[in-house]
Design a protein. Structure first.
Ligand code: FES
Ligand code: FE
Length: 369
């Protein structure tokens, strides 16, 4: 017995490994869900999340997926939005199959139970008029619902993050154009990462705006404030759309300032200021994590350089849709639909400051810091 054990030890010492050097091997994914942010992380319940556009909420119920659950939304008689888990407390049928009366009282389509705008059951037809209604016959509500920027936001639990605010949205000199809502596969965290990333333009967007972009990312400043940050940098670019270049008023190469504003978890804004030609373009980007594998993207443009022209805005929106389509190719291809939060999982450089800050903030959010 002792001899056999010795032999084994001896063989093992002589054994020459054919394994690749450590740095060439696939890393062992020793990180659990806790160091990656999935679309359905419970920490995301304590944040404002975009659910849908205001115009999508009508006086009849409609279901929207958010954080892996379905929610039913409808507009009450006074115009306010009612939102509840899309599940009748009786036999758990989807309430979104029901109908609402003029006051906004919703009747479940299965056994006809009726619920008012507070989620209280006000009628169980099978029990007759004088019935005592069970106190548990109540709908499950999120903690808070509000409308802002033509969007409906919901916080399932008390929100630790502020509502996003697009700074130019209230400025009448800006006109607004909305991109069509995009429902697609992917991780909300990775989409946020992509929006804040400044090094991918020449590669992913070569067919739209990226071909003439500098590869090198200039040094930029970043300021964090709680669960938000803003980052600004200025760079030179070839302004081929400026009529002033042809007229000899300005040089082709001009200055442009880009400011990213981020509000956790998935709300972003990019403000582009054309410092020589004048004009400001703002892109708002609000991501709803629908379920583990899907997101909905709500995006809008605010511009003060189109002279109020609806045609020019339609063209600008179509251009942004083409840009987003380029990003979707990469985002849809990710096999792991989560954003790494542990800084050792990926390799970061000084060109990735915005996206590193995104991970820090989301990491703090998940850890309750
Ligand atoms: Fe809704 Fe029965 S399941 S009333
Ligand atoms: Fe992009």
């Amino acid at each position: 017995m002792v001899e056999r054990r010795r032999r084994v030890i001896g063989r093992s010492k002589r054994y020459k490994s054919n394994a690749a050097p450590r740095e060439q091997r696939l890393p062992i994914d020793r990180y659990s869900e806790r160091v990656r942010l999935s679309n359905v992380d419970p920490a995301l319940e304590a944040c404002w999340q975009v659910v849908c556009r205001s115009e999508e909420v009508t006086h009849q119920p409609r279901a929207f997926a958010l954080l892996g659950r379905h929610w039913v939304l409808w507009r009450l008689g006074d115009g306010t939005v009612a939102a509840f888990l899309d599940q009748c407390p009786h036999r758990l049928a989807p309430l979104s199959l029901g109908t609402c009366d003029d006051a906004g009282t919703l009747r479940c389509s299965y056994h006809g139970w009726q619920f008012d705008g507070t989620g209280t059951c006000v009628d169980i037809p099978a029990l007759g008029d004088a019935a005592h209604l069970p106190s548990r016959a109540r709908l499950t509500a999120p903690h808070d619902v509000t409308e802002s920027h033509g969007l409906v936001f919901m916080a399932i639990r008390p929100s630790r993050t502020p509502l996003p605010h697009v700074t130019v949205a209230d400025d009448p000199s800006f006109q607004r154009g909305d991109l069509p809502v995009t429902t697609t596969t992917g991780a909300a965290g990775l989409f946020a990462d992509n929006f804040l990333d400044v090094a991918h333009f020449p590669f992913v967007h070569a067919a739209t705006f990226g071909a003439g972009e500098e590869h090198e990312v200039p040094t930029y400043t970043l300021e964090r404030d709680g669960y938000t940050f803003s980052a600004t940098y200025e760079h030179l670019f070839a302004n081929r759309e400026d009529p002033g270049v042809e007229a000899g008023l300005r040089p082709l190469v001009q200055r442009r300032a880009l400011t990213y504003r981020y509000t956790a978890p998935f709300h972003m804004e990019l403000e582009i200021n054309y410092l020589d030609a004048g004009g400001t373009n703002v892109i708002g980007f609000f991501i709803a994590p629908a379920d583990g594998d899907h997101v909905r993207i709500y995006s809008a443009l605010w511009r003060n350089d189109l002279g109020g022209s609806p045609e020019a805005m339609a063209e600008a929106v179509a251009f942004e849709v083409a840009v987003l389509d380029e990003d979707l190719v990469i985002q849809n291809a990710y096999r792991d639909r989560s954003l790494p939060l542990d800084p050792t999982i990926e390799v970061h450089t000084k060109a990735d400051r915005t996206t590193v800050e995104l991970r820090r903030i989301l990491s703090d959010l998940v850890s309750g810091r």
